[in-house]
Design a protein around this ligand. Structure first.
Ligand code: SF4
Length: 364
């Protein structure tokens, strides 16, 4: 195991290398991470402060709670208000504000909203409450979809007819393409998400080089792993090259995890879905296949809710998610909007960019 001194030495060698490349190339380099765990790891390790001037890190739509549109939260709250429904969810969804309230407020008013740590826990809740309809809020990216699919298959196998998903599953590669096609997000390279890539494999990001000549490197989550991935990106940019590389070889393979993808494919199919701040993006989400419609709560008990737009109350979370602004550009940041009284989801979620800026002082 590497000593702290060895780690510091390795980090300073990488930073020196970055300086050399920047000096030879001139100009600045903008790199986007599209993983909320990377966002937090970068801030927590203070990497923004040690990177040379001229390397700008910008956060993209990598926080699943943040990219979930208000109408989904509103639907979850409406279902939570039904006497025969139990909502199960990961804890970070509780305080996300919908149009009028949050699930935490619904819970305080008597709605049965329970925090679980896996969709499989929700199955246990369903088995223990046969007279209730138990709904798991399926919010996430490629990382969580296999477990959700497994829960549906397990419910089917067990004959549990009171377990459902309310799906807001999203896919990372299509949103990256949408960002680049939108023309508003200028990025020289991508720090590719480690956990998502475990499932998708690195091949899923080949379009970056083929269609946009933008390099991408999959990174791990330790500070040195992130620095190494950034170094590989910057070296490519310095050389005028664009490849997809893997700096997280211990867990990520080129082909990803075919078993996890097969589970996803069995239960879900790609569809156009709405993202906060980005609108509807083709084939960027997962909806449950017709064969599993009986487990899809949106189809079992459809709701008609008034359409709502992003950016209510002056929140600019959508622009933050596009990398168009940084949190300090929002007039509410650190004033009306703080983690204890969040106006938007980017301040609620621990993986939200606004929350990371607030907690760790905004980096540079
Ligand atoms: Fe929205 Fe708060 Fe972030 Fe502003 S600081 S963009 S109000 S979440």
């Amino acid at each position: 195991m590497r000593s702290a001194q060895d780690t510091r030495q390795a980090a300073s060698e990488i930073v020196a290398d970055l300086r050399r490349i920047l000096a030879a190339r001139g100009g600045s380099i903008r790199i986007m991470e599209v993983c909320g765990t990377h966002t937090v790891a970068i801030f927590r390790a203070g990497l923004r402060q040690i990177l040379p001037e001229g390397i700008e890190l910008v956060s993209g739509p990598g926080c699943p709670v943040c990219v979930t549109a208000d109408d989904y939260i509103d639907a979850a709250i409406a279902y939570a208000g039904m006497a025969d429904v139990i909502i199960t969810t990961f804890g970070d969804m509780l305080k996300v504000p919908g149009t009028h309230a949050s699930l935490a407020e619904a819970q305080a008013q008597g709605a049965d909203v329970r925090i679980v740590y896996s969709p499989l826990d929700a199955l246990t809740v369903a088995a223990g409450n046969p007279s209730k309809q138990v709904v798991f809020l399926a919010v996430g990216f490629e990382t969580t979809a296999p477990t959700e699919a497994a829960a549906v298959l397990a419910a089917e196998a067990q004959g549990l007819r009171n377990f459902f998903l309310l799906s807001a599953q999203k896919l990372v590669p299509p949103v990256m393409r949408a960002l680049l096609d939108g023309g508003e997000t200028h990025v020289d390279g991508f720090l590719l998400p480690g956990h998502v890539s475990v499932v998708t494999g690195t091949d899923a990001f080949a379009f970056l080089t083929q269609d946009y000549h933008i390099p991408g490197v999959v990174g791990g989550f330790e500070p040195l792993e992130i620095l190494r991935a950034l170094q590989m990106i910057v070296r490519q940019i310095g050389a005028g090259e664009a490849h997809i590389e893997n700096a997280y070889e211990t867990v990520v393979r080129r082909e990803g995890n075919p078993v996890a993808r097969a589970a996803i494919d069995r239960v879900y199919e790609p569809a156009a879905v709405r993202w906060r701040g980005l609108g509807e993006i083709p084939a960027s989400g997962l909806v449950m296949r017709e064969e599993y419609a009986a487990f899809d709560f949106a189809r079992v008990r459809p709701l008609t809710l008034a359409a709502v737009g992003d950016g209510r109350n002056g929140c600019r979370c959508g622009e933050v998610l596009r990398g168009a602004i940084v949190p300090r550009d929002c007039a509410l940041f650190g004033r009306a909007c703080v983690p204890e009284h969040a106006i938007g989801p980017c301040m609620v979620s621990v993986e939200g960019t606004c929350a990371a800026w607030y907690k760790y002082g905004g980096g540079k």
